[in-house]
Design a protein around this ligand. Sequence first.
Ligand SMILES: Nc1ncnc2c1ncn2[C@@H]1O[C@H](COP(=O)(O)OP(=O)(O)OP(=O)(O)O)[C@@H](O)[C@H]1O
Ligand SMILES: [Mg+2]
Length: 252
Amino acid sequence: MILEAVNVSCRYGGFTAVDNVSLALESAEILGIAGTNGAGKSTLFAAIAGQQSASAGRIVFDGQDVTQLAPYQRAQRGLVRTFQVPREFKSLTVHENLMTAGRNPEGEQLFSALIGTPARRRRERELSDQADGILEFLNLVRVRDVFARNLSGGQKKLVELGRVLMRDPRCILLDEPFAGVNPVLIDEICSHVLALNARGIAFIVIEHHLQALKALASRLIVMDRGIVLAQGDPHKVLDDPQVQEAYMGGIA
Ligand SMILES: Nc1ncnc2c1ncn2[C@@H]1O[C@H](COP(=O)(O)OP(=O)(O)OP(=O)(O)O)[C@@H](O)[C@H]1O
Ligand SMILES: [Mg+2]
């Protein structure tokens, strides 16, 4: 077991966005999370990765309770997430965007802190090489020196994935990796996720695109209004009458 969320709740003021949700993720697993808009999916990710503090419950990563840790401390342990709306630096190139996400020996994230001493120049070289390796893996070499603001929606999603790969993660939370992405690139992102999973990285993938989610995930959780409505085999879960009702017949 790489990750566990135990009875997690999250509130925004008096509103409970995540209500006593538990999940467990095996080290080599891809878990899907689906659910209607506002179900609490992204809030659950924020609680797991640390951007949002849980009002109840705990997060256990690799056997350690990380509930009180900051996001960067969870990332150092190998637990990272992407955001629903990609957070690239628009006026940096693709390669620079990856470099800013890498860590230096002090655990800082700022690229600017690396400029200067020979040791830091060496580290910069290492980060640069690591970024180039990831760009090659993600098929992004041709846009290496393009400013991020000029990328397509799908390319921005790939850069978002590239940025978290710079942390050498063991578990990646992907928040809607296929939203606004063309079908060809969806297939490509799927194959990258499967290849990374084959190397031992566990994933939780939030997606409205159920077809793609079924292709990736061996297990599916459906959330609705803060709670887990159903979970299990993706095909069975999507046939569940409660799930069908929550989607008001709107799913394939
Ligand atoms: N910062 C915030 N302050 C107050 N309420 C919030 C905040 N963020 C989210 N919410 C509310 O919490 C609930 C869950 O939101 P969340 O973004 O987690 O849903 P989601 O399942 O990711 O939805 P979507 O599929 O639309 O991304 C929603 O009702 C939302 O309006
Ligand atoms: Mg969301």
